[in-house]
Design a protein around this ligand. Structure first.
Ligand code: ACO
Length: 431
């Protein structure tokens, strides 16, 4: 078959340049622009990477127009319904769902690393109690490189695997410690006999002085939330992890960079912002006022939890969460959750509004997750930390994929310089 190409013409010189087209298994083809600068002496311009593929990847496929999300070919709806989070971690790291034996071995491998170095407790005590959980998480995860020297050699696949296991295993422990620290409770050690989700809930909500019980339905919902957040291809935080990793930085530092990027309200911080927004709206009668503000270009207000760079349809993760929310609310004994009613009504009104229809703005994963997490008892400030916990496996899997990809180079975008041209230096006394 002949190689498909794209030809570009510079209409000033009439010169033609030809670039090969690369085809994936699904989704848009890409134009291979690697020789563009060498051939033309020009750069491409694409702020926000709206049309730029930065890598090839086998992990996650999204069809934003149809609202499809798959990991290694498996639909997110099936994974969320039928898999434990560690099974999905195995899938992302190994490319296949584990069989019974592999599942057990992987569980043991994770369990080997659930505790954190005792010295990390001292590190925690250096933070203010009212610090944002993401600020502490960023610091503690970055600091793991100071504790686990036997997983810093990124050229050694065994050390990379150990670092990956450590990160996946320790994130629940760290996230729970962040919460416990903020409320002044003693830290609760992990219990490896429990599932990943239940262990995390126990470390977060149990206290040494009392017996602890959690409904299996709530554990299932927690598991589902982790699965739904596991990976989402080249989003801002994942691209941050890859960019940091492209300089050969150690894995703990790279994941800390991802956590920092996730924190922003345009990304993972939106789940926290959604609850603040719903509280501010307060009542269904005020929805039209806020819809009007969201449409006003002179008002910085945006409908949080709405819109997505890739999805131009209902985010499939939001659909799963919307359907699960009722179960969790009922299980937690919440007969009527005004925020849920408000969210459903807000969604209904927005999806009938021409502004949102025209721009294909639908609820994203953050729109309903906060309502569930709040019902479980998490404070709003923990929401993004829980997103980071679930997403760690995606960051780690993407980082591993990049580390074994021969094509990858240090990430180094170019720019269009629009500043001053060369000028004569002006001494201080003449300025
Ligand atoms: N409310 C009101 N208008 C919106 C919203 C919104 N939530 N989202 C997008 N728009 C409008 C924009 O103003 C723009 O309008 P215009 O064409 O008239 O200028 C148009 O829709 C396209 O939006 P962009 O900002 O260009 O889209 P982009 O892909 O850059 O941004 C983003 C995507 C950041 C998610 C955006 O939709 C947003 O800010 N949403 C709210 C925050 C949010 O929920 N973030 C979570 C994303 S999911 C995640 O990270 C897990």
């Amino acid at each position: 078959m002949t190689q498909r190409t794209v030809t570009l013409t510079d209409n000033a010189t009439g010169k033609e340049y030809e670039f090969p087209i690369m085809e994936g298994t699904e989704g848009p083809d890409v134009v291979d622009m690697r020789a563009f600068y060498k051939d033309t002496g020009m750069f491409t311009y694409d702020p926000g990477f709206t049309s730029t593929a930065s890598c090839d990847s086998t992990l996650t496929f999204i069809d934003g127009e149809k609202g499809i999300l798959r990991h290694h070919g498996y639909a997110i709806e099936d994974l969320a319904e039928h898999c434990s989070f560690p099974e999905v971690c195995f899938l992302l790291l190994r490319g296949e769902l584990p069989n019974h034996g592999q599942k057990e071995t992987f569980k043991d491998e994770i369990n080997n690393h659930t505790m954190v170095h005792d010295q990390i407790i001292s590190l925690f005590h250096g933070f203010r109690r009212d610090a944002h959980p993401m600020a502490i998480m960023c610091g503690v995860v970055g600091a793991l490189s100071a504790f686990y020297h036997d997983s810093l050699d990124i050229s050694d696949p065994d050390q990379r695997w150990r670092a990956s296991l450590r990160l996946i295993a320790k994130m629940p422990t760290i996230a729970a410690m962040v919460y416990k620290y903020s409320i002044g409770h003693p830290f609760v050690q992990p219990n490896n006999e429990l599932s990943y989700a239940e262990n995390f809930l126990r470390m977060t909500f149990s206290v040494p002085a009392a017996r602890w019980y959690i409904s299996p339905k709530v554990v299932r919902a927690m598991n589902k939330i982790f699965v739904l957040h596991a990976d989402h291809e080249q989003n801002a935080s994942t691209s941050t992890v890859r960019l940091a990793g492209s300089s050969q930085a150690n894995p703990f530092a790279c994941i800390a960079a991802g956590i920092a990027s996730l924190w922003g309200p345009a990304h993972g911080g939106a789940n926290e912002a959604v609850l603040r927004m719903l509280a501010e709206i307060g009542h269904k009668s005020r929805i039209p006022e806020f819809i009007k503000r969201a449409k006003d270009k002179d008002d910085p207000f945006r409908l949080m939890g709405f819109g997505h760079r890739v999805y131009k349809n209902y985010d499939p993760r939001a659909k799963v969460l919307r359907d699960s929310a009722r179960d969790v609310l009922t299980e937690m004994g919440v007969i009527e959750e005004p925020l849920m009613e408000l969210a459903l009504e807000l969604e209904r009104i927005a999806l009938e509004d021409e502004y949102f229809v025209e721009r294909k703005l639908f609820p994203n994963v953050d729109f309903y997750s906060g309502i569930i997490l709040k019902a479980m008892g998490f404070p709003t400030s923990m929401f993004t930390a829980l997103f980071a916990l679930g997403r760690t496996v995606g960051w780690v899997a993407q980082w591993n994929e990049m580390m074994s990809d021969k094509v990858q180079k240090i990430g180094r975008p170019r720019q269009l310089y629009i500043g001053q041209k060369s000028r004569d230096f002006v001494p201080l006394e003449k300025r």
